[in-house]
Design a protein. Structure first.
Length: 238
C-alpha cells in the first residue's frame, strides 16, 4: 500500500491541493503529513452497526514492545475526560490489529454524554498510545460521533500568553485556552517560518509550540504578527 499527497508545484494564487503554497509557506496539510504517514498509528471509526472500532497499525518490521492504548471520551466543555479505558498489549511488525470494539451508544451512555443525537453533539473520542515508560508511540487521533458543525463546540477564548526567544531564530510560543479547541491554527503572517505543530486539537489548558523563523526577528515583532484561531471562530456560534 502507499499514499500520495500533492506537496509542491503551486504556481498560482488560489486555493489548491498543494500542501506548500506558491510562496513556500506551509499549509495545514504539510503539518499533518508527519501524522498520517507515521510508521505507527492508532485510529478508530464508527461502522454502520454503530460499533466503535479502534485499530493499531504498524509499518515497522520488528514487533512493537508492550504499549498502552488509551480511549478517552471528552465533553466539549471540559479538559477532564468523562471516561477512560486503557488497553495494554503488543502487536507484530507490519500488521494492523483491532484492539477494541464497543457500541458507540453504550460508550456515550456510560460516559454521561446524554442520549441519542445529544450525546453525539456533546462528546468526542480521543485516542492515544504510549509505551511503558510513558513515551508517545503514535500521533493522537480522534473520532467525532457527529459532523463537527453539529457538535456543541465551546468558545475556547484562545490567546497567545507568551513568546520567548530560544536559540538562534527559535521562539517558544505558549497558547492558552479556556475550553477544548479544535484544529488550533497559528499564523505568523509577514514573518516567514514554520511551527513545530499546527492545526492541532487542544485538550489541555496550554500548549507550547516552537516557531522556527527564516530570518532574524525579535520577540516583540513576532508577537505583533502572531494570530491564533480554531474551528469555533468559523462557526455560527462565534
Amino acid at each position: 500500500m502507499g499514499a500520495l499527497y500533492w506537496q509542491l508545484n503551486d504556481v498560482w494564487v488560489a486555493p489548491s491541493w498543494g500542501s506548500i503554497d506558491y510562496t513556500g509557506r506551509w499549509k495545514l496539510l504539510q503539518y499533518h503529513v508527519k501524522e498520517f504517514l507515521a510508521p505507527v498509528i492508532i485510529t478508530g471509526y464508527i461502522d454502520t452497526d454503530k460499533q466503535l472500532k479502534v485499530y493499531v497499525v504498524s509499518d515497522l518490521t520488528p514487533e512493537l514492545p508492550t504499549f498502552v492504548a488509551s480511549i478517552c471520551v471528552y465533553r466539549w466543555n471540559s479538559f477532564t475526560p468523562v471516561s477512560k479505558s486503557n488497553i495494554m498489549m503488543d502487536i507484530d511488525g507490519g500488521s494492523s490489529k483491532l484492539i477494541h470494539t464497543i457500541n458507540i451508544n453504550v460508550l456515550m451512555s456510560m460516559s454521561d454524554c446524554g442520549t441519542g443525537a445529544d450525546a453525539f453533539r456533546n462528546c468526542f473520542i480521543h485516542l492515544s498510545m504510549i509505551d511503558q515508560s510513558g513515551k508517545q508511540m503514535a500521533p493522537n487521533n480522534y473520532v467525532f460521533p457527529t459532523k463537527i458543525r453539529n457538535s456543541s463546540l465551546q468558545n475556547p477564548k484562545l490567546k497567545i500568553s507568551s513568546v520567548k526567544k530560544g536559540a538562534d531564530k527559535i521562539f517558544n510560543i505558549e497558547v492558552t485556552s479556556e475550553n477544548i479547541a479544535l484544529f488550533v491554527t497559528l499564523d505568523s503572517h509577514q514573518i516567514r517560518g514554520t511551527f513545530s505543530d499546527n492545526g492541532f486539537v487542544l485538550v489541555e489548558k496550554n500548549k507550547t509550540v516552537i516557531f522556527f523563523s527564516e530570518n532574524d526577528t525579535t520577540t516583540e515583532e513576532l508577537l505583533k504578527e502572531l494570530t491564533v484561531v480554531s474551528v469555533f471562530d468559523y462557526t455560527d456560534q462565534s
